[in-house]
Design a protein around this ligand. Structure first.
Ligand SMILES: [Zn+2]
Ligand SMILES: [Zn+2]
Length: 506
């Protein structure tokens, strides 16, 4: 392959002048020079001379060609540097750089073995390998990071266990790279918070791609897009989703039309008797037992749907939403955390996207009702509806885990939550169909303003019935101090739809 066999794999010879090893023959012994006639006088003299003429550099022993000079500058942390390439490189300089320091390292190619370009990887401690190429001719290319780029910022963050709702890492490293004029400059610094987010979301996107769960990958792609993950990663995930759709992986179990038609029938709705229950913290004067803390609003308004849309509107809205789901492209109903969501096929949860979906399913009346509900919610509670979620609870087995709604960047969403609301005044959720219990729990974690009564604070827990046509509203302050959820019903339940609006500050 034209490489000099004498160049060792790891320990480069060329610490100083390169002339010393250009006079070694392939077996490592001194090679013919002007005054040394030994080897030339052997039987295959002609061959030896010819190969010497073709392969050896001029006897003036010019230095071997430099691949690049790597200039590394470290801010808050040091690093080790290593460059591997498709040719044996010799290294001149220290491949370790301390914090607050800078180094220059020269990487040289073996003589006579260049080709059109050298491909390699830059290895920085803690970073994924960074590909590069250096052109040696017009047909070769030069880049760092990815094809066609001379500038690139590599990011590294600790592994993020997003599937278990572990909080996203807040710190990471960045390397600003530039490859030009024979110099590869590497500036190491702490990553900005936007970079940390981007890097983490890219990891989650990669993880989701490897598992091949359509719903998960779809959700992670949305989040990766919001975090401005590199286009090439987004495109790769999109390709994968497309492929999965071809294999009908987007129609989850329980989301087929026959099953939906059977389960989501108004004839099956249940409305058992029962009253709300409350379990306070055993410590009487515990802050959790305060029914309403300063600034909190929580209210359940019965008959809100009929008040807005006229008598019997709860059934009408229920049935036309089911009709719309059955008339929409398969995959518009998808599982999310114990229940199903009906949305636009692309899972965009804006009001416009839902209204378009309803209209194209020939449910103009349903679309009108939905818009009127939006209008009246905004008029009653203030703000504007920034997102809508239509949940299908097909049976008593369905549930919605205890959670907070996500309004601000500070809060952590569930692992697949694709919401990204800046500011919000609260949530209003309309119930249609079967009655279900809603579980409300006071919280004393770091998000909450409530202080526990002691180490063994049990908090307060309520179960409130949500019946067909009811609205439940809570504001951001209540959301901060409590979680809400819909537990499974062990006694069984018929179908229920909830229409939840996130109200953003206008
Ligand atoms: Zn919620
Ligand atoms: Zn307590």
């Amino acid at each position: 392959n034209g490489q000099l066999a004498t160049a060792p794999r790891k320990k480069p010879l060329l610490r100083g002048r390169s002339g010393s090893f250009s006079h070694l023959s392939k077996d490592g012994r001194p090679k013919a020079g002007k005054s040394d006639e030994g080897p030339i006088r052997t039987a295959n003299t002609a061959v030896t001379v010819a190969s010497l003429l073709l392969n050896t550099p001029p006897l003036s022993s010019s230095p071997s060609p430099v691949l690049f000079r790597l200039r590394v500058a470290c801010q808050s942390f040091g690093t080790t540097v290593h460059v591997s390439a498709n040719a044996e490189l010799s290294v001149n300089g220290s491949e370790t750089c301390a914090a607050q320091a800078a180094e220059q390292i020269t990487y040289s190619l073996p003589m006579g073995a260049q080709g059109n370009q050298t491909d390699g990887q830059l290895l920085l401690e803690g970073f994924p390998a960074i590909p590069f190429a250096v052109a040696h001719s017009k047909v070769g290319s030069t880049f760092i990071g990815s094809c066609g780029r001379w500038r690139y910022t590599a990011l590294a963050t600790p592994h993020w266990d997003w599937r278990h709702s572990v909080e996203r890492p807040t710190e990471g490293k960045a390397a600003d790279l530039e490859l030009a004029g024979g110099v590869l400059s590497v500036q190491l610094r702490a990553a900005t918070s936007a970079e940390v987010k981007r890097c983490c979301q890219q990891q989650a996107l990669q993880d989701a791609q490897e598992t091949g769960d359509y719903d998960e990958l779809h959700a992670q792609l949305t989040k990766a897009r919001l975090a401005s993950v590199d286009l090439e990663h987004l495109e790769r995930a999109e390709e994968k989703l497309k492929l999965m759709r071809k294999q009908r992986m987007h129609v989850a179990a329980g989301c087929g039309k026959d099953e939906l038609r059977q389960q989501m029938s108004w004839e099956l709705i249940t409305a058992p008797q029962g009253s709300d229950t409350e379990r306070p913290c055993p410590v009487t004067d515990c802050p959790c037992n305060e029914p309403c803390n300063p600034g909190e609003v929580l209210s359940i308004i019965s008959g809100a749907v009929d008040q807005c849309l006229g008598p019997g509107a709860d059934r009408l809205l229920f049935e036309s939403l089911v009709e719309a789901a059955l008339a929409s492209e398969e995959g518009s109903v998808w599982p999310a955390g114990g229940k199903l969501i009906f949305s636009a096929f692309d899972r965009n949860q804006s009001v416009n996207a839902l209204v378009r979906t309803l209209e194209s399913a020939n449910q103009q009346r349903c679309a009108q009702m939905m818009l009127k509900l939006v209008q009246s919610s905004e008029a009653t509670y203030g703000g504007f509806v920034s997102a809508v979620q239509v949940n299908f609870h097909c049976t008593g087995e369905s549930f919605h885990d205890q959670h907070r709604d996500v309004y601000g960047a500070k809060q952590r969403a569930g692992p697949n939550c694709a919401c990204s609301f800046k500011e919000c005044v609260g949530t209003v959720c309309y119930s249609l169909g079967s009655s279900r219990l809603c579980r409300l729990c006071s919280m004393v974690d770091s998000f909450s303003a409530l202080k526990p009564c002691g180490d063994s604070c049990q908090g307060r827990e309520e179960h409130r019935w949500l019946r067909s046509g009811d609205a439940m509203f809570f504001n951001a302050k209540w959301n901060q101090n409590h979680t809400h959820g819909i537990p499974k019903m062990s006694s069984g339940s018929g179908p229920r739809i909830s229409v939840a609006f996130l109200l953003g500050a206008s």
